[in-house]
Ligand binder design. Structure first.
Ligand code: AMP
Length: 437
């Protein structure tokens, strides 16, 4: 840990001075050493997506602000405080997407995806942006992977399939101890009755309610259940439970989702106070938690009202999303580091201009044979090139000087034992192959 901190500090300083340029607050570089982990997550996503017949979709990073303002709801934290707004020269108000679901709904209608066999199952992966206060596991640019099922009846089997996609991905990545926290927030009808009770409960406890929740109870009452304030937690402890207010249809729907989860052996925990921060959800809502982490690594739910809110039509849909940075954090903590892809095992050392030129085409011969060769063409001395080869942990150095070019030969140096051998250039690829077996 101390070592990591020191490395971070020195990263910010160049020769004792603080670097003038830093990445933007809450936005991070993914360095080469972390790429194998990211690649592993992307590969697993493709694998799971394809297995369950989800089709890949990509949408632009910039979208019209109004679809999120409408879709997510004016009173939500994301819309009120967290969107990165961009004004174009033409005066359009755009935003860096704060999530994918709404954009995917737009794409569904824009491209007539109702023409595909329904439901359409789509998966995605990419950066999203929210202007939040950065802290552990919370960034301003982060990445999401998600699975969306659009255009079927509001059938509980699809809720389970949306959960299944994300859960199997978590399993494929070998994250241990992940549980699904699940709840139903009903439909407009039954939720209204519940909200009245909830408001009454919080009004009764108004003296003890935090400042924010006083506003929430007026603007977006369900959100009081998300409050982390200690006093509000106490009020929540004996707040009414939405499951007690579900109508028969919503109750049956929820029961079926749980039965289907049992069928595919996905562990869940009914969390009666789980509500999600966006207006478009109805019925099933869920989040994924990994043991030892207090933030959710993913979440999702049914959003049968989103298309109507956007005035696009009527379309049932359900989806799940995982936060890639958080998944990777859990992956790292599980002590299963992914080995970085080995650097090239072969390193070409040149001496002189002729050798440098011949080296360029020699590498192409290796490329045709499917073998990677690294070089340091910008350095001239033998010693400094061998130093790079050493850092690269190359097994073989191929040394090409003026004399060798003239004689059409090359020296193979075994970097571990230090032996050297001269071989004809025409045989170099097969000689290297033989030695690396
Ligand atoms: P949400 O759309 O808020 O339900 O987010 C889905 C998932 O994205 C969460 O469960 C997190 O894993 C991840 N996530 C959300 N917000 C952030 C953030 N600010 N920084 C990093 N990951 C996030």
């Amino acid at each position: 840990m101390a070592e990591k901190e020191t490395a971070q500090k020195s990263e910010k300083k160049v020769r004792g001075k603080k670097m003038a340029y830093q990445s933007v607050k809450g936005m991070h570089d993914t360095l080469p050493e972390d790429q194998p982990l990211w690649e592993k997550v992307r590969l697993a996503t493709r694998h799971i997506g394809e297995f369950y017949n989800f089709l890949r979709i990509d949408t632009p990073i910039l979208e019209s602000a109004d679809i999120f303002e409408r879709g997510l709801g004016e009173g939500t934290d994301v819309v009120e405080k967290e969107m990165f707004v961009v004004k174009t020269k033409g005066g359009d108000k755009l935003v860096l997407r704060p999530e994918f679901t709404t954009a995917i709904m737009r794409a569904y209608y824009q491209h007539g995806l109702s023409q595909y066999g329904q439901p359409v199952k789509l998966y995605y992966e990419g950066p999203v942006f929210r202007y939040e206060q950065p802290q552990a596991g919370r960034f301003r640019q982060f990445h999401q992977i998600g699975f969306e099922i659009l255009g079927a009846e509001s059938d509980p089997i699809y809720d389970t399939q949306a959960i299944l996609g994300a859960y199997r991905l978590i399993e494929e990545l070998k994250l241990k101890g992940v549980t699904v926290h699940i709840n139903s927030i009903g439909c407009h009808k039954c939720r209204a009755a519940y909200i009245k009770k909830l408001e009454a409960h919080y009004k009764k406890n108004a003296q003890k309610t935090c400042k924010e929740c006083k506003i929430r109870i007026a603007n977006n009452p369900l959100r009081v259940l998300d409050c982390k304030d200690e006093k509000c937690q106490l009020i929540k402890a004996d707040a009414p439970i939405i499951l007690d207010y579900l109508d028969t249809e919503c109750k049956t729907h929820f029961k079926k989702v749980l039965e289907y989860l049992d069928e595919v052996k996905i562990p869940y925990h009914i969390d009666s106070y789980l509500v999600r921060g966006l207006d478009y959800y109805n019925r099933t809502v869920f989040e994924f938690f990994a043991e030892g982490f207090d933030y959710a690594i993913g979440g999702g739910g049914r959003y049968d009202y989103l298309s109507e809110t956007l005035k696009l039509g009527k379309l049932s849909a359900v989806g799940s999303a995982l936060g890639v940075e958080r998944v990777i954090e859990v992956l790292k903590a599980s002590g299963r580091p992914v080995a970085a892809k080995g650097a090239s095992k072969v390193f070409l050392v040149h001496m002189g201009d002729e050798a440098k030129k011949r080296g360029l085409s020699l590498i192409e011969e290796f490329r045709k044979a499917g073998m990677r060769v690294n070089e340091s063409f910008g350095k001239d001395s033998l010693k400094s090139q061998l130093r790079v080869a050493d850092k690269d942990q190359a097994h073989l150095a191929l040394i090409l000087g003026q004399k060798e070019v003239f004689e059409e030969s090359i020296i193979i140096r075994d970097m571990e034992i230090g032996t050297q051998e001269n071989v004809p250039l025409t045989r170099i690829v097969e000689e290297v192959k033989k030695r690396l077996k």
